[in-house]
Design a protein around this ligand. Structure first.
Ligand code: ZN
Ligand code: ZN
Length: 120
């Protein structure tokens, strides 16, 4: 299989589109920024092409367990398009930078705690 690469528009690193375990890669593993190219996952049919900022993390909804508690699924990155404002959730890939994922998590928590303590 021919190796497909793209240059991340945010950090300018070269990203392989078909590394192991990265089917439908839609974001950069180094900075987690994405590009608005899909209408539906993997179709590459959106022509917006805006840069999508990783604005938060959430967990895949796995329903309710037998005790009525919400089951916590795998980590999803929440992306927001800087041009059209579309928000989408994406699975993280096996080679995404864990430090960057943690940094996003800390940044979100810090912002929320600050908002509650000091108002906006
Ligand atoms: Zn990048
Ligand atoms: Zn867009």
């Amino acid at each position: 299989m021919e190796e497909k690469i793209f240059i991340c528009k945010n950090c300018r690193k070269e990203v392989s589109l078909n590394a192991v375990g990265t089917r439908n890669r839609n974001h950069c593993p180094y900075c987690l920024w994405s590009s608005h190219v899909d209408k539906k996952t993997g179709d590459r049919e959106n022509f917006c092409h805006g840069l999508m900022e990783p604005i938060g993390l959430t967990f895949k909804d796995e329903g309710i367990d037998k005790y009525g508690e919400k089951r916590q699924g795998e980590i999803m990155v929440v992306h927001k398009c800087q041009i059209c404002g579309k928000v989408s959730k994406n699975r993280i890939a096996g080679d995404d930078n864990p430090e960057v994922i943690l940094a996003i998590c800390e940044e979100i928590n810090r912002k929320e705690v600050k908002r509650q303590l000091f108002g906006k």
